[in-house]
Design a protein around this ligand. Structure first.
Ligand code: NAP
Length: 530
């Protein structure tokens, strides 16, 4: 068994693309293409969860295509100082693989990645993983009713293709005039330069999102000067993190029910905020008051506090949790700059008021491409149409899972399945259960191809946008939940248990199921035509 756990933090895209271009296409055509029943893209929470559940349900003919050399997805890529999940670990983990040994309420990335590595090993997934296999192309072959998938490691075909690549893996760098001419060191929070010593440097941090508020308190004591460029102040509530005492971990090991109860409590505490986010109940007013008191307690300087006070509805962007971000900003070597950046020069940043600050290092905590990722350009469905083209003007998928024109292809964490308030693992597990049921029904009905009806997908999209009206997410702030047309195609606009209810059973009546025989007939007639 090859166990490859050598994280180098690199994405192999360019190198792989060059290697792919240089492949001799003729010789490739002659080599038989290996075939699997199911190909899963990505070995993060979604892809691994899918693989584990397939294995647990008796499937063995599947591969996991992973672009890097380690599992973990976002918990492999994000290694910045202070990186931790802001959803408690007892909740942010698989329901079928509880970990009684979490060290803290909010475990650091290393522990979460360790958990995922452990799950991959324990459930026998490692032999199924094809490492360094960045997706270059996936095309539906109508005649053979299968996907042809090209990765950096070569070609394979699969009856079913499941995208578990996640929405937060393509760093978004700010398009600021002159940034390409910066002669200091520049990097994104999800590509942290651990080889670069920040001690004594004049550092600019761009962004005040979930990532920046975690790493700023860790780098502030090291640097000579920290210029924090803030475009929009986030809503921040107390984090109240602490180590989980040993007696409690022991109790979870001995009495697993107690851990399940803790998990359930955490789930419902978070789920109740949907009342505020969706139905705009007074819950959000109470939460805003907690955030305000937190600010007042932690920031004595009224001028600084005013800069850090949000002026949009709480919850419109992700609500952040931190106990050390505000205190770090009160230190003498930190300046919070709210004037927008006009340009970046070779060794400085100039704001619109004309002020120029000398800078050695720029760290972009500027988030990810979410609604505009490149991957959909590489996926070709019926008639060669790309997923990107099919998602014009906006990305949509029935239950965030199935797209018309892309038979036998499914998404995990597809459009309108994201959450701002609860654990994404819950949504992922709901989708996995739905797909397992889909596979069962395909077998029972001897179906070779399954494809959602376009009108079902459309009706779901209409429902999503209708339900989005009046929610906090469309209350006027700019956020990565919105696509280029201002539609919220990211968030699930309701209770997560409602999503689970709707994905409990595969609703075959909303899909076209093509039996094996018709596919064979279709393949024969099309080859006769040739
Ligand atoms: P983010 O939440 O999208 O925040 C990006 C920040 O950069 C925002 O403050 C944004 O300002 C700013 N920004 C972007 N472009 C800019 C520009 N051109 N000039 C100036 N400022 C700019 O990104 P993130 O912090 O990396 O987090 C992304 C998501 O990852 C989170 O929402 C969350 O879902 C996930 N995450 C989760 C955890 C966790 O603990 N579970 C931790 C980190 C990240 P505006 O607000 O004005 O756009």
């Amino acid at each position: 068994m090859t166990q490859v756990f050598t994280h180098d933090g690199k994405t192999p895209s360019d190198e792989n693309l060059r290697r792919e271009e240089s492949l001799d296409e003729t010789s490739q055509e002659e080599t038989p293409v290996p075939h699997v029943r199911i190909a899963i893209l990505g070995a993060g929470f979604a892809g691994l969860g899918m693989a584990i559940q397939l294995k647990r349900h008796g499937y063995d003919d599947f591969v996991v295509l992973e672009r890097a050399m380690d599992v973990g997805g976002t918990w492999r890529d994000n290694t910045y100082p202070g990186c931790a999940c802001d959803i408690p670990s007892h909740l942010y983990s698989f329901s079928f693989a509880p970990n009684p040994n979490w060290s803290r309420v909010y475990s650091p990335w290393r522990e979460i990645q360790g958990y995922l590595r452990n799950c991959a090993t324990r459930f026998g997934i490692l032999p199924h993983i094809r490492w360094n296999s960045e997706l270059l192309d996936a095309s539906w072959n109508e005649d053979e009713a299968r996907w042809y998938i090209t990765t950096a490691q070569g070609k394979l075909s699969a009856d079913i293709f499941i995208l578990g690549n996640g929405p937060l893996n393509e760093p978004s760098l700010p398009a600021i005039p002159g940034i390409e001419n910066f002669e200091g060191t520049l990097f994104h929070s999800s590509r942290w330069r651990h080889d670069y010593d920040l001690t004594g440097k004049r550092v600019a941090v761009i962004g005040t999102g979930a990532s920046a508020i975690q790493f700023v308190p860790h780098i502030q004591p090291l640097v000579e000067q920290l210029c924090l460029f803030q475009r929009t102040p986030p809503w921040i509530v107390p984090r109240l993190d602490h180590t989980i005492p040993h007696w409690q971990r022991r109790m979870f090991r001995l009495l697993p029910l107690t851990q399940r109860l803790v998990r359930a409590k955490m789930y419902w505490q978070r789920e109740i905020t949907v009342l505020g986010l969706v139905y705009r109940s007074r819950i959000m007013e109470n939460a805003a008051k907690i955030a305000q008191e937190h600010r007042e307690r932690q920031i004595a300087d009224p001028e600084l506090r005013a800069k850090l006070t949000p002026h949009y509805a709480m919850g419109c962007k992700r609500i952040l949790v931190s106990d050390d971000f505000y205190p770090a900003l009160t230190r003498p070597n930190v300046e919070v700059i709210t004037e927008h950046i006009r340009e970046v020069r070779a060794h400085s940043i100039v704001t619109i008021d004309g002020e120029e600050r000398e800078i050695d290092t720029i760290i972009c905590g500027t988030g990810f491409h979410v609604t505009d990722t490149r991957l959909p350009n590489y996926i070709h469905g019926r008639n060669g149409q790309t997923l990107a083209a099919s998602w014009q003007p906006d990305p949509t998928a029935y239950l965030g899972t199935a797209v018309a024109g892309f038979p036998n292809m499914f998404l995990l964490i597809g459009p309108n399945t994201g959450l701002g308030h609860n654990s994404m693992v819950y949504m992922i597990e709901s989708q996995i259960a739905y797909l397992l049921d889909c596979l069962r029904i395909m077998e029972r009905q001897n179906a070779e191809v399954v494809e959602v009806h376009p009108e079902v997908q459309e009706a779901f999209d209409v429902e999503m946008q209708k339900r989005m009206q009046g929610t906090v997410w469309v209350s006027g702030c700019a956020s990565w939940y919105l696509d280029a047309n201002g539609r919220n195609t990211t968030i699930w606009p309701g209770f997560t248990f409602d999503f689970r209810r709707r994905t409990r059973h595969f609703d075959a009546q909303r899909y076209a199921l093509v039996p094996h025989t018709s596919c064979a007939t279709r393949a024969t007639s099309s080859s006769l035509r040739r």
